[in-house]
Design a protein around this ligand. Sequence first.
Ligand code: CA
Length: 234
Amino acid sequence: MNRDGESILVIEDEADLREGLKHNLELDGYRVETARNGTEGLAKASRDRHALLLLDLMLPELSGLEVLRRLRERGDRTPVIILSARGQDHEKVSGLELGADDYVTKPFGLAELLARIRAVLRRTSPEAGVSQDVFLFPNLKVDFRRFTVERDGAEHQLSRYEAEILRMLIARRGEVVTRSDLLSKVWGYVHLPTTRTVDNHVARLRKKIENDPERPLHLVTVHGIGYRFESRPL
Ligand code: CA
């Protein structure tokens, strides 16, 4: 029994398998959310934090690989176990290259899957010291699990959008991230706000992470293009 009730998102289009996994994972003490296609899966993965994703590769609307690619591109490091079919070796390898943590090949036994889930959670839990959800910079601590930034001993709460923007900028620190990149990856293709929205969120973020928001040292504007995060992790 997993007493923490960690949350698992199952992205699987085959209804029997999806519902069977939900039932059995809940019996094992996990909280389970499900999605029936890639678009729904990506939306749910973006909306809530999960301890782990079970991701089918062959999905309607958006393939499993595409879901994984978009999550990793925006800096989302949620552990992923791929559910692949026999003969999908090439996709399986691509998945691992894109940052999946493990895979199981269908048909798999429940005991095998539970063991792999536990192994991945052990490897990636904050207690294992390999979490990439906390970033330490010389005068800044960013904690994406708690959605907080700490600067000069003061803690500020981040909104989900602010956290996603910052996560993407930190993941690609030193590089320019365009406004349209931020729009499509942070807000997704469903609701497309204007680039003004990005600027407003960046302005709010600066008040939390910059000593002088008018003269930002971390969240630098690249005029006419986008933003760049500047700082070396400790
Ligand atoms: Ca499928």
